[in-house]
Design a protein around this ligand. Structure first.
Ligand SMILES: [Fe+2]
Ligand SMILES: [Fe+2]
Length: 324
């Protein structure tokens, strides 16, 4: 056996139905005992008793990691269909664990690629469910994810805000919303192929900056090996740094040439970057400040989409008149 990986008791506690993997308890260091057999019903009360003994982590075999990913999907599905007692903060933990596994598998080009998109789709469905139509939920999620890995947190937040903006722009077709949500979730996946040290630096050389600017292409290369990635999702990954005025990268496309969902993701991306802490910048900005800076950056974002985004962020109040 190739080892064990930790799983949180909370996720198991809230799952309804037989567990699709064997579960082990670590009796002493390196010694594991099987406490649940795959496909047999588990007793949540037993989990509760373990928690009372301060056991919050159980283990599964590394070989069953993929089954664990499917389990997280089912847990999200139970949540979105109203068959789970999970609350918002716990489902966010489930989503972020699943997101981490999806990113890891996509970036290492694991051979079980078909399930990656099923996992990612379930994350987007859960995102839509979490928000319904209200922005407050997105902000709550943002706070809840604050301790997570920067790229994962960023990706999920960009997905949430892209979906909010898409709906506000009148996109309600589930297939289109799914493409936007997935494209946003994967927009920066190419960054997993770039030296992480570069993202910590504030003074990049031209060469280093060029390496970072390669992430849309790298992202595209990664998803080339992934089944279930539509051309819409590819366009979002490739074009999310293009600008309305034609000064973006990698292809300096002008407004008419940019795929509209990529413009939506660009706005969500800009906004999320401003309101989050970045390793190269100490300051974070309030949503209001972020919007103002984006608006002042004339020519970067699609002005109509940005105007709509402002109404969403400001809680559907009337957009403010132009400053000055
Ligand atoms: Fe990016
Ligand atoms: Fe981004």
């Amino acid at each position: 056996m190739s080892g064990y990986m930790p799983v949180t008791t909370k996720f198991i506690y809230y799952f309804k139905g037989p567990l699709p993997f064997d579960v082990y308890l670590e009796r002493s260091e390196g010694k594991y005992t099987k406490i649940y057999n795959k496909d047999s019903e588990h007793d949540p009360e037993q989990i509760y008793r373990y928690e009372n003994k301060e056991v919050t982590t159980l283990f599964i075999s590394h070989e069953e990691k993929g089954l664990y990913g499917n389990f997280l999907c089912k847990l999200m599905d139970q949540y979105t269909s109203g068959h789970s007692d999970l609350d918002k903060s716990k489902i966010i933990d489930v989503i972020s664990t699943s997101l981490e596994m999806t990113y890891e598998r996509i970036s290492t080009q694991n051979d079980e690629l078909e399930s990656n998109m099923a996992w990612a789709s379930q994350q987007v469905k859960s995102a839509l469910h979490l928000m319904e139509d209200n922005m407050a939920a997105a902000i709550e999620v943002f706070k809840a994810l604050s301790s997570q890995n920067q790229l994962l947190k960023h990706s999920y937040m960009v997905s949430l805000f892209s979906l909010v903006l898409a709906k506000k722009l009148g996109i309600h077709n589930p297939k289109n919303l799914m493409s936007i949500g997935l494209g946003a979730l994967l927009h920066d996946v190419g960054q997993t192929r770039i030296d992480p040290q570069l993202f910590l630096k504030s003074d990049l050389t031209t060469q280093e900056w060029d390496a970072i600017k390669d992430h849309p292409h790298l992202g595209l290369k990664i998803v080339d090996h992934t089944k279930g990635i539509s051309s819409d999702i590819r366009s979002i990954i490739l074009q999310h740094h293009e600008q309305y005025n034609g000064r973006g990268y990698p292809n300096r496309l002008n407004n008419g040439q940019i795929f509209p969902p990529a413009k939506i993701v660009a706005i969500a991306d800009g906004f999320c970057s401003f309101i989050s802490k970045a390793s190269y910048r100490e300051t974070t900005f309030t949503p209001e400040e972020a919007i103002k800076m984006m608006k002042d950056d004339i020519g970067h974002y699609d002005p109509e989409y940005l105007e709509t985004f402002m109404t969403v962020i400001r809680g559907n109040k009337k957009p403010m008149k132009k400053a000055g």
